[in-house]
Write a protein that binds this ligand. Sequence first.
Ligand SMILES: NC(=O)c1ccc[n+]([C@@H]2O[C@H](COP(=O)([O-])OP(=O)(O)OC[C@H]3O[C@@H](n4cnc5c(N)ncnc54)[C@H](OP(=O)(O)O)[C@@H]3O)[C@@H](O)[C@H]2O)c1
Length: 279
Amino acid sequence: MADVPTLAANGLNMPVLGFGTWELDDNTLDHVLPAAIEIGYRHIDTAQIYGNEAAVGRALVGSGVPREELFVTTKVWVDRYEPDDLLASVRESLDRLQTDYVDLLLLHWPRFEGHGMNPTLEGLMRARAEGLTHHIGISNFNIDQTEQAVAFCGPGALATNQVEYHVYLGQERLRRVLARHNLVLTAYMPLAKAGVVNDTVLWEIGAQYNKSAAQVALRWLIEQDRVAAIPATSNVHHAQSNFEIFDFNLSLADHEKIAGLEKSRRLCAPASLSPDWDD
Ligand SMILES: NC(=O)c1ccc[n+]([C@@H]2O[C@H](COP(=O)([O-])OP(=O)(O)OC[C@H]3O[C@@H](n4cnc5c(N)ncnc54)[C@H](OP(=O)(O)O)[C@@H]3O)[C@@H](O)[C@H]2O)c1
């Protein structure tokens, strides 16, 4: 089994391909996550709000893979943003995950009450200082919020902004800002919620390499500088094929064709949580 390449940025050393777990319940995870780890996934993405950290923890411990070879991300939900409560919530996550630390701890959405984001960022930095997480980051922050968070935490403090990114959503301005601050863009919904699967342009590109449209969509992401992808699946065959993206390269012409796809299809924009998106 080949090792997944890792991304290094702001001290981070994160496998470029991870396994997403949103909407996967305990029964599904008990089945698919051990198989995914067996396939070779070492980067697992969960969140407090997914309600599945305990199932993730079971699979991690049950895998027998040494903890230091795994990369585990969880996200603090917005109702635990008061600093002391943030730390308490992370300790609860660690109990459920059966681990002493996560590799990466994110603020799930930029939804702050009257006090603004700084106290919550302070709580996030305390979690890292106390060893509850190795790295910290943000999720769903727009450009202004990213700039504010970087300014408050200091250069090199934040590792990533996890945002929606796929062949149908450009994110060009945000990508430039993240690159300037050396933050990884962790692409969620990298398969556009399976929307890529029957795309004829991706399908035709994949036919050249004996790859599927989904594999082309994932390969396109990880060929970009400082971009990681975390596809989710309940299906072990899909987990296997999503992992088989390290044995081919897209050509410049392929990239140009993908650049020509519509780039404004945002799928995840809950009204109560979303910031003013940049595009
Ligand atoms: N930070 C945030 O706010 C946020 C928001 C959304 C998501 N996320 C993270 O990002 C992860 C990925 O996003 P997502 O799960 O929403 O969407 P996604 O990964 O783009 O798409 C998942 C869908 O694609 C299907 N699929 C996966 N592999 C496939 C394949 N090879 N062929 C055909 N269909 C395939 C899955 O169905 P099957 O089960 O049938 O394979 C599922 O319906 C989440 O699990 C979560 O960890 C984070």
